[in-house]
Write a protein that binds this ligand. Structure first.
Ligand code: SF4
Ligand code: SF4
Length: 360
């Protein structure tokens, strides 16, 4: 997996939303086939297609119709193909599997369109995970959705966007953050434990019963988290219906990006590198698809890129975005050094920043 010294191949096909669904599906499949994943799977393989179904109100997410030809190609090899994402840390429509799936259906990921099942990767409320030991600088053991640990191969489908904490979000973010369970997301987003805001706490006791570490006590008629006992599982965040349990978003963008790259590494390790990555540089917005609004594109559509190297793919994508914009448009949205995720990814052996771009 150590690709630090090698130059990786990235395939690129120019594309725009105006091409229409059918042409975009054909182009996506053309890039996908060049990554060679189909040669590594057989009729027994479970293949997870990792995607972001889009937050409610968001319109930038990858459309189900664009995946049809990839799904067809995969199903020629195995019937065990499914679409998946993990639940969110923040409370919303994607923080539990039931509402998450309803939202996915609302966004067109229905059986009659995609023809494959949808499975949420980390269980009903995001607690169904497993650990991957990596022993890296910031992450020793990554907590990821159990579905990914039981899959034989993955197609990681990412919409390239800007992002407030990482400058941009694409494959490394989709892999590292997007495959993490609730505890894994908490691990990446926060340096400290959750806390209870007494203003909203109704002292109902529900979180006491769910806390696996007996870390919650009553203090002045409110729940109170004992930091020395808390194991940051995030269970209390999910079970509190009063919205009283809070966590502090980590504003250190370097730490955040390094953790994200290390989590991405854990997925490469778990799936033994059997992952094909695709970046969709279509409707590139200032923020990611977790935003519940219709944001305008900040640069014209560029195309679809694919690789088996997540670092090379994101590096090539960011280079194309900057070239097309004529400036570092990612720094216009947020003043974040986005190169940290790439540099750290290269340093830990996630991939290479050197690449050869092959235009299809
Ligand atoms: S579940 Fe929420 S409201 Fe109930 S005790 Fe815990 S923090 Fe307070
Ligand atoms: S994060 Fe987990 S261990 Fe910590 S207080 Fe909440 S439920 Fe308990």
């Amino acid at each position: 997996m150590d690709q630090r010294k090698m130059s990786s191949t990235v395939f690129f096909i120019p594309a725009a939303r105006e091409d229409g669904d059918q042409v975009l599906a054909e182009k996506a499949a053309e890039v996908f086939l060049r990554t060679g994943l189909t040669e590594q799977i057989d009729d027994k393989s479970f293949v997870a297609m990792k995607i972001h179904f889009g937050e409610k109100g968001n319109t930038g997410f990858i459309k189900p119709q664009w995946l049809m030809d990839i799904i067809r190609q995969l199903r020629k090899k195995t019937s065990r193909v499914f679409l998946t994402d993990s639940n969110t840390l923040y409370v919303g429509k994607r923080s539990n599997s039931v509402e998450h799936l309803h939202l996915a259906w609302d966004h067109g990921f229905t059986p009659d369109i995609v023809g494959v099942p949808l499975i949420i990767a980390d269980g009903l409320k995001g607690g169904d995970d497993g650990e991957v030991e990596v022993n890296l600088k910031r992450v020793k053991s990554a907590k990821v959705g159990s579905i990914f640990l039981h899959s034989d191969a993955m197609v990681c489908l990412s919409h390239f966007t800007g992002h407030g904490l990482s400058g941009f979000g694409a494959t490394i973010k989709n892999l590292g953050m997007g495959c993490a369970s609730r505890a894994g997301k908490l691990d990446q987003h926060s340096e400290v434990h959750p806390w209870v805001n007494p203003k909203y706490c109704q002292n109902c006791g529900i979180c006491f019963d769910h806390c696996p570490a007996e870390a919650i006590i009553t203090k002045e008629e409110s729940a109170f988290i004992l930091e020395e006992k808390c194991i940051s599982c995030g269970e209390c965040l999910v079970v509190c219906n009063a919205g009283a349990v809070k966590f502090r978003w980590d504003s250190d963008t370097v730490r955040f990006q390094e953790k994200m790259s290390e989590y991405a590494y854990s997925l490469m390790k778990a799936l033994k590198g059997k992952i094909s990555f695709l970046n969709f540089l279509l409707k590139i917005t200032k923020d990611c698809d977790c935003m519940s609004e219709d944001e305008p594109a900040v640069v014209e559509d560029i195309g679809i890129l694919g690789s088996v190297d997540p670092v090379a793919l994101d590096q090539a994508s960011v280079d194309l975005v900057i070239e097309r914009s004529g400036k570092d448009i990612l720094k216009v949205g947020y003043d974040v050094d986005w190169s940290v995720q790439l540099q750290h990814g290269a340093e830990i052996g996630l991939g290479s920043r050197d690449y050869q771009l092959i235009k299809l």
